[in-house]
Write a new protein. Structure first.
Length: 206
């Protein structure tokens, strides 16, 4: 049987997560990119707000089931951006702060995006700690000479719920960040137009 360190991270490959604590921000952002699902080769899929692959293979079934819920709407619906179908994918790498060649962000936009990014990273780290703790409990339960299947199942399901919450929280944070951009900036980011320099960042004419 693998050692405790290996066991603690055993199911985390589904999102590319690591069970190590104290990961730096670069590692965290790399993890975030994986959480958004395959970012390459997705052109031609469902246009619009976001690809259902972000929510796992059963995303379409989940959405289909929601149609029959008596008109109930999803809480905190994700913002949509018509004509910018991959904006969530682009924002997943750095909350739009890593595209200076495409955007001329105002000082206020930079501050807002940094605030959203910091909040999202803290939330991801907080949920990750809970996942790590739960994984350790699974390790302890499965180390018994008479494992309790019911307890193990409950703990594993709780872990997967945390993973889902973690992933959805990140997607919502990216959507919030996308709202900070103007329509022109979103189009420029996707290569449709060239952004105009904002007065705050424009170079003085010689």
């Amino acid at each position: 049987m693998p050692d405790a360190g290996g066991m603690a991270g055993m199911p985390m490959g589904m999102m590319g997560l690591s069970s190590r604590e104290g990961m730096d921000r670069d590692q965290m952002m790399s993890m975030m990119q994986q959480m958004m699902g395959g970012m390459k080769g997705m052109e031609g899929r469902m246009p619009g707000m976001m690809d259902m692959g972000m929510m796992g293979g059963k995303g379409m079934q989940m959405m289909g089931g929601m149609k029959g819920m008596g008109g109930m709407s999803m809480p905190s619906a994700l913002p949509g951006f018509p004509g910018a179908s991959h904006i969530y994918h682009v924002g997943a790498t750095g909350f739009f702060l890593d595209h200076p060649e495409h955007l001329q962000l105002t000082t206020q936009q930079q501050a807002n995006l940094n605030r959203i990014k910091e909040k999202a990273l803290l939330e991801q780290a907080s949920i990750q700690r809970k996942i790590d703790e739960a994984e350790q409990e699974v390790w302890t339960l499965t180390a018994s000479d008479q494992p309790d299947a019911a307890k193990i199942e409950a703990k594993v399901r709780a872990i997967e719920k945390l993973r889902g919450d973690q992933r959805l929280a990140f997607i919502r944070a990216v959507g919030e960040a996308a709202k900070v951009l103007t329509e022109e900036q979103r189009q420029a980011l996707l290569g449709h137009t060239k952004p105009q320099a904002h007065p705050h960042t424009a170079l003085p004419s010689k």
